[in-house]
Structure formats: C-alpha cells, structure tokens
Ligand binder design. Sequence first.
Ligand SMILES: [Zn+2]
Length: 206
Amino acid sequence: MDKIIACHECDLLLELSEVKPGTKLLCPRCGYVITRTGHQALNRLIAFSLSATLFFAYACAFPFLSFNLQGRGQLITLLQSVSELYQQGHPVLSLMVAIFIILAPLLLLVGLLYVLLPLKAGRRNPGSIVVSKLLLAIQPWSMVEVFLIGVLVSLIKIATMASLLLGPSFWAYVAFSIMLTAALTYLDRLQLWHWLDSAKPWRTVQ
Ligand SMILES: [Zn+2]
C-alpha cells in the first residue's frame, strides 16, 4: 500500500506507508504537516459538523443583535445584516459578508455532511470525490474566526454610540464557529482520500 506523494508546500516526494491513528507525519524538508490521523477522526468530524449545522440554523433564525440609538431600537438578524449593509451604501462589504460569513461556511457544512455521513456505513455518495476536492479548496476561505474578530471590534465601536444587546443568535454563531473550526482541524487531506478509497459506492455492479 506504499504511495508516493508530494509535499503540499515544497513538492518533496515522499514514500508514504500506512500511518497509524493518532500520529502526525511532517515533511522532513519544510516541516509541513503531511497528514494527521486522529483517533475517531471520522466520528469527531461528523459530530462537530452536525453541531455546527444546528448552531448555524439557530444563528440564522433569531436576532443577531439589537441596539438602541437615541431612543430608536432596532433588531437585526444575520441575514438582515447583508441587506442592511447594502442599503447603508456598502455593497462590497455586504457581498463579502454574504459569501464568507454565510455561503462559504454553509457550503462547507453541506459538503462535509454529504461526503462524511455515508462513510460511516462504508459507502460513498455519487460525486463525493468532486465534492471533497471542492471542500479542500474552499477550506482556507471560510473566514468565520476573522468575522468574529471583526464583529467584536465593530461592537466595541457601536457600544460607545448606542446601547447594545447581543441576541441569542450571536452566541449561536460563536458556538457555530468553534464547532466548524474544530471539525476542520480533523479534516485531513490524505485521510479523507484514504476513507473514500476504502468506501464502496451505494450500488456496486457485480
Ligand atoms: Zn515540504
């Protein structure tokens, strides 16, 4: 089962024999983590992805924050923040929020569950290979942690001008970003290909 793979960072060719669960393989030349195989990695990935989905649904459904400016109170949800930013004359910002804060994490979650859930039964969904390639490509583009920092900074700014109340969905989004980040730490390129290799399609032609 030996395979030749190239380091993602420096293209050094490495001969890869089976990696035991719970170990990490580093590139001898540049130190890049070639693979990290966690114990129960698939179970943890699925558990974190499912919890992230629940928190994300909750974050979209309820008020994100409410603020009171000169006696005028306003409640906005996460989705409303996109249209609100657009109406306030920030089309680029509103597009970025829509893509990086809502669409990219959502696609990531749907893709993760589509690929991972059948693997539990030793099967793979049609198109899993394509979806996995997409997942690995957008993995670095989901900026949930960056968004959280941005939100905190703007909240401090708004708090000096208006009284501010964080809605339940704000905390749900915090929980969602922790869960998604946790899930992504278990998403290992090589291990994902290994799982897909050993899984069978749903209908095998005899
Ligand atoms: Zn390297």
